[in-house]
Design a protein around this ligand. Structure first.
Ligand code: AMP
Length: 192
């Protein structure tokens, strides 16, 4: 199998959010503001803000993996944060640290806004590939795998189908090929 994909469902998202929020509370860290690394960190950040009762939610947009499972050479800050964070304790949130570059860059950008303290959190952390370990993680992965989060179903399905589709394929043949190629079922209704 050339590339393994895991389909993530909302129950898992809730479980990881609760587990992250529990570790953050237990550590004694009480963030004043949460900064999402868009787009992957937007939903996790919003869920954590609810669980940790944080009203101040901002975002910074970083691009690294422009197309499903194909990284650009370098992570780039597309929309930097231009906020005054002085005196504030910050939690920076992303969905997964794969190379870790996006979170590293986000932390650099946040640090330039003068916060009192900045910590990072991600649902997943890939130990083998990441140069940066977030302060809080819900799950450490020992192998590289593409996590298809519910906020990326449509984009990922479109990109991944595009790589295996041949003339004459039908929805049924694509479903079979998808399973053979990626080890997962397509999680949404789709038309070719
Ligand atoms: P990175 O800078 O390599 O740590 O990853 C940047 C962003 O790309 C992550 O926050 C995800 O949104 C997306 N991404 C990278 N690797 C994966 C993966 N293995 N599974 C799902 N999304 C990923």
């Amino acid at each position: 199998m050339p590339m393994k994909v895991k389909i993530v469902d909302w129950t898992e998202v809730e479980r990881w959010s609760s587990s992250l929020s529990r570790s953050i509370v237990e550590s004694g860290y009480a963030p004043d503001a949460i900064i999402a690394v868009a787009r992957g960190g937007l939903v996790p950040a919003r869920l954590l803000a609810d669980m940790l009762s944080v009203k101040d939610v901002l975002s910074i947009r970083i691009e690294h993996w422009n197309e499903t499972a194909k990284p650009e050479e370098k992570a780039v800050v597309k929309e930097p944060l231009r906020a005054n964070l002085s005196g504030k304790k910050i939690l920076i949130v992303d969905d997964i640290a794969d190379t870790g570059e996006s979170l590293m860059l986000a932390k650099e950008n946040v640090s330039s806004c003068n916060p009192k303290e900045a910590k990072t959190a991600a649902f997943q952390f890939i130990g083998k590939t990441s140069r940066f370990k977030p302060d809080f993680i819900a799950e450490q992965l020992s192998e590289w795998i593409w996590y298809m989060y519910p906020w990326n179903y449509h984009e990922d399905v479109k990109n991944l189908i595009g790589r295996i589709k041949k003339p004459g394929d039908t929805e049924a043949s694509i479903m079979e090929k998808f399973i053979a190629e990626y080890g997962a079922r397509i999680p949404i209704d789709f038309k070719l």
